[in-house]
Design a protein. Structure first.
Length: 222
Protein backbone atom coordinates (compact mmCIF):
# COMPACT_ATOMS: atom_id res chain seq x y z
CA UNK A 1 0.00 0.00 0.00
CA UNK A 2 1.31 3.44 -0.97
CA UNK A 3 1.32 5.81 2.00
CA UNK A 4 0.13 8.90 0.10
CA UNK A 5 -2.77 7.15 -1.61
CA UNK A 6 -6.05 8.95 -1.10
CA UNK A 7 -9.17 7.34 0.31
CA UNK A 8 -10.67 7.49 -3.19
CA UNK A 9 -7.62 5.67 -4.61
CA UNK A 10 -7.82 2.91 -2.01
CA UNK A 11 -11.57 2.53 -2.51
CA UNK A 12 -11.14 2.31 -6.29
CA UNK A 13 -8.40 -0.32 -5.91
CA UNK A 14 -10.52 -2.53 -3.65
CA UNK A 15 -13.56 -2.17 -5.90
CA UNK A 16 -11.44 -3.04 -8.93
CA UNK A 17 -10.13 -6.16 -7.18
CA UNK A 18 -13.64 -7.23 -6.21
CA UNK A 19 -14.82 -6.71 -9.78
CA UNK A 20 -11.91 -8.65 -11.25
CA UNK A 21 -12.38 -11.66 -8.97
CA UNK A 22 -16.17 -11.58 -9.35
CA UNK A 23 -15.78 -11.79 -13.14
CA UNK A 24 -13.41 -14.73 -12.76
CA UNK A 25 -15.98 -16.48 -10.58
CA UNK A 26 -18.83 -15.66 -12.95
CA UNK A 27 -20.45 -13.44 -10.34
CA UNK A 28 -22.01 -9.98 -10.41
CA UNK A 29 -19.80 -7.61 -8.40
CA UNK A 30 -22.88 -5.57 -7.53
CA UNK A 31 -24.15 -8.52 -5.48
CA UNK A 32 -21.19 -8.19 -3.08
CA UNK A 33 -21.47 -5.57 -0.34
CA UNK A 34 -18.17 -3.89 0.51
CA UNK A 35 -18.17 -2.92 4.18
CA UNK A 36 -15.51 -0.44 5.25
CA UNK A 37 -14.59 -1.47 8.80
CA UNK A 38 -14.21 1.88 10.52
CA UNK A 39 -13.75 0.64 14.09
CA UNK A 40 -11.27 2.80 16.04
CA UNK A 41 -11.04 5.31 13.16
CA UNK A 42 -12.26 8.82 13.92
CA UNK A 43 -14.64 10.94 11.87
CA UNK A 44 -11.81 12.71 10.04
CA UNK A 45 -10.54 9.37 8.72
CA UNK A 46 -14.01 8.12 7.78
CA UNK A 47 -15.35 11.22 6.04
CA UNK A 48 -13.05 11.00 2.96
CA UNK A 49 -14.39 7.51 2.22
CA UNK A 50 -17.96 8.80 2.45
CA UNK A 51 -17.02 11.62 0.09
CA UNK A 52 -15.50 9.05 -2.31
CA UNK A 53 -18.84 7.25 -2.45
CA UNK A 54 -18.51 4.48 0.16
CA UNK A 55 -21.81 3.88 1.96
CA UNK A 56 -21.49 0.65 4.01
CA UNK A 57 -19.43 0.85 7.20
CA UNK A 58 -18.70 -1.61 10.00
CA UNK A 59 -18.18 -0.97 13.70
CA UNK A 60 -17.20 -3.33 16.52
CA UNK A 61 -18.70 -1.53 19.49
CA UNK A 62 -22.13 -0.01 20.00
CA UNK A 63 -20.86 2.87 22.15
CA UNK A 64 -18.15 3.87 19.68
CA UNK A 65 -20.66 3.88 16.84
CA UNK A 66 -23.14 5.93 18.86
CA UNK A 67 -20.45 8.55 19.43
CA UNK A 68 -19.32 8.85 15.79
CA UNK A 69 -22.09 8.11 13.38
CA UNK A 70 -24.96 10.52 14.08
CA UNK A 71 -22.69 13.38 13.06
CA UNK A 72 -21.20 11.54 10.09
CA UNK A 73 -24.62 10.58 8.76
CA UNK A 74 -25.99 14.11 8.89
CA UNK A 75 -26.91 15.04 5.34
CA UNK A 76 -26.00 11.59 3.95
CA UNK A 77 -29.20 9.63 3.49
CA UNK A 78 -28.00 6.20 2.41
CA UNK A 79 -25.32 5.11 4.92
CA UNK A 80 -25.65 1.45 5.97
CA UNK A 81 -24.14 0.66 9.37
CA UNK A 82 -23.04 -2.88 10.19
CA UNK A 83 -22.23 -4.20 13.66
CA UNK A 84 -19.38 -6.64 13.03
CA UNK A 85 -18.17 -7.11 16.61
CA UNK A 86 -19.55 -9.11 19.52
CA UNK A 87 -22.84 -7.90 20.98
CA UNK A 88 -23.90 -8.15 24.60
CA UNK A 89 -27.59 -8.88 25.10
CA UNK A 90 -27.97 -5.80 27.29
CA UNK A 91 -26.97 -3.64 24.30
CA UNK A 92 -29.63 -5.13 22.02
CA UNK A 93 -31.86 -2.04 22.10
CA UNK A 94 -29.03 0.32 21.18
CA UNK A 95 -27.83 -2.01 18.42
CA UNK A 96 -31.26 -2.34 16.85
CA UNK A 97 -31.75 1.43 16.96
CA UNK A 98 -28.45 2.27 15.26
CA UNK A 99 -27.40 -0.57 12.96
CA UNK A 100 -28.89 -1.74 9.68
CA UNK A 101 -27.17 -5.14 9.83
CA UNK A 102 -25.92 -7.19 12.80
CA UNK A 103 -23.26 -9.79 11.93
CA UNK A 104 -22.64 -11.36 15.34
CA UNK A 105 -25.76 -13.26 16.44
CA UNK A 106 -24.29 -16.33 18.11
CA UNK A 107 -26.46 -17.53 21.00
CA UNK A 108 -30.07 -18.06 22.00
CA UNK A 109 -30.10 -15.31 24.66
CA UNK A 110 -29.07 -12.76 22.03
CA UNK A 111 -31.69 -14.03 19.57
CA UNK A 112 -34.31 -13.56 22.29
CA UNK A 113 -33.09 -10.08 23.25
CA UNK A 114 -32.92 -8.82 19.67
CA UNK A 115 -36.32 -10.27 18.74
CA UNK A 116 -37.93 -8.62 21.76
CA UNK A 117 -36.55 -5.21 20.79
CA UNK A 118 -37.47 -5.63 17.12
CA UNK A 119 -41.04 -6.57 18.03
CA UNK A 120 -41.34 -3.59 20.36
CA UNK A 121 -39.84 -1.02 18.00
CA UNK A 122 -40.77 -2.31 14.56
CA UNK A 123 -37.17 -1.79 13.44
CA UNK A 124 -35.74 -5.00 11.97
CA UNK A 125 -32.03 -4.97 11.03
CA UNK A 126 -30.87 -7.91 8.92
CA UNK A 127 -28.83 -10.42 10.91
CA UNK A 128 -26.07 -12.92 10.26
CA UNK A 129 -25.46 -15.93 12.46
CA UNK A 130 -21.79 -15.84 13.49
CA UNK A 131 -20.17 -19.28 13.28
CA UNK A 132 -16.99 -20.21 15.17
CA UNK A 133 -15.71 -21.80 12.00
CA UNK A 134 -12.34 -22.84 13.44
CA UNK A 135 -13.71 -24.05 16.80
CA UNK A 136 -11.44 -21.56 18.61
CA UNK A 137 -12.05 -21.22 22.34
CA UNK A 138 -11.20 -17.51 22.40
CA UNK A 139 -13.55 -16.51 19.57
CA UNK A 140 -17.21 -15.67 19.47
CA UNK A 141 -19.65 -17.52 17.27
CA UNK A 142 -21.83 -20.58 17.66
CA UNK A 143 -20.47 -24.08 17.15
CA UNK A 144 -21.15 -25.62 13.74
CA UNK A 145 -23.40 -28.22 15.36
CA UNK A 146 -25.55 -25.45 16.86
CA UNK A 147 -26.40 -23.76 13.54
CA UNK A 148 -29.66 -25.60 12.75
CA UNK A 149 -31.09 -25.12 16.25
CA UNK A 150 -30.14 -21.46 16.43
CA UNK A 151 -31.57 -20.75 12.97
CA UNK A 152 -34.79 -22.49 13.97
CA UNK A 153 -35.01 -20.44 17.16
CA UNK A 154 -34.36 -17.25 15.21
CA UNK A 155 -37.08 -18.16 12.74
CA UNK A 156 -39.57 -18.84 15.52
CA UNK A 157 -38.68 -15.51 17.14
CA UNK A 158 -39.07 -13.64 13.86
CA UNK A 159 -35.43 -12.60 13.67
CA UNK A 160 -34.46 -11.76 10.05
CA UNK A 161 -31.38 -13.96 9.61
CA UNK A 162 -30.06 -13.56 6.07
CA UNK A 163 -26.90 -15.65 6.27
CA UNK A 164 -23.79 -16.82 8.11
CA UNK A 165 -20.67 -14.92 9.14
CA UNK A 166 -17.21 -16.17 10.11
CA UNK A 167 -13.69 -15.05 11.03
CA UNK A 168 -11.24 -17.83 10.09
CA UNK A 169 -8.31 -18.64 12.38
CA UNK A 170 -5.42 -16.19 12.01
CA UNK A 171 -2.26 -17.14 10.11
CA UNK A 172 -3.90 -20.01 8.25
CA UNK A 173 -5.21 -20.42 4.72
CA UNK A 174 -8.73 -18.97 4.76
CA UNK A 175 -10.12 -20.76 1.70
CA UNK A 176 -11.14 -24.04 3.39
CA UNK A 177 -13.01 -22.12 6.09
CA UNK A 178 -14.80 -19.93 3.55
CA UNK A 179 -15.74 -23.00 1.52
CA UNK A 180 -17.05 -24.67 4.67
CA UNK A 181 -19.16 -21.64 5.58
CA UNK A 182 -20.65 -21.62 2.06
CA UNK A 183 -21.47 -25.33 2.40
CA UNK A 184 -23.09 -24.78 5.81
CA UNK A 185 -25.16 -21.90 4.49
CA UNK A 186 -26.43 -23.99 1.58
CA UNK A 187 -27.25 -26.91 3.88
CA UNK A 188 -29.21 -24.63 6.20
CA UNK A 189 -31.12 -22.70 3.57
CA UNK A 190 -29.55 -19.24 3.90
CA UNK A 191 -27.76 -17.40 1.12
CA UNK A 192 -25.81 -14.56 2.78
CA UNK A 193 -22.10 -15.08 3.45
CA UNK A 194 -20.29 -12.42 5.48
CA UNK A 195 -16.64 -13.40 5.13
CA UNK A 196 -13.33 -11.95 4.02
CA UNK A 197 -11.20 -9.09 5.31
CA UNK A 198 -8.34 -7.00 3.91
CA UNK A 199 -5.92 -9.91 3.56
CA UNK A 200 -8.30 -12.45 2.08
CA UNK A 201 -11.34 -10.72 0.59
CA UNK A 202 -10.45 -11.83 -2.93
CA UNK A 203 -10.51 -15.47 -1.82
CA UNK A 204 -13.83 -14.82 -0.08
CA UNK A 205 -15.36 -13.32 -3.24
CA UNK A 206 -14.16 -16.30 -5.25
CA UNK A 207 -15.89 -18.63 -2.79
CA UNK A 208 -19.22 -16.81 -2.68
CA UNK A 209 -19.02 -13.95 -0.15
CA UNK A 210 -22.00 -11.61 -0.34
CA UNK A 211 -20.50 -9.18 2.20
CA UNK A 212 -16.79 -8.50 2.78
CA UNK A 213 -15.47 -6.59 5.80
CA UNK A 214 -12.43 -4.55 4.75
CA UNK A 215 -10.48 -2.26 7.07
CA UNK A 216 -6.80 -1.50 6.44
CA UNK A 217 -7.03 -1.84 2.64
CA UNK A 218 -9.49 1.08 2.68
CA UNK A 219 -8.20 3.18 5.58
CA UNK A 220 -4.47 2.69 5.04
CA UNK A 221 -1.78 2.43 7.69
CA UNK A 222 -2.18 4.29 10.96
Amino acid sequence: MIENESAADRLAAVRDAVGRVARTAGRDAESIELIAVSKTWDADAIRPLIEAGQRSFGENRVQEAEAKWPGLMAGVADIRLHLVGQLQSNKAAEAVALFDVIHSVDRLSLVTALAKVMTATGRRPDCYLQVNIGAEAQKGGCAIAEIPGLLAAAGTAGLPVIGLMCVPPADTEAAPFFALLAKLAAENGVSGLSMGMSGDFETAVLLGATAIRVGSALFGAR
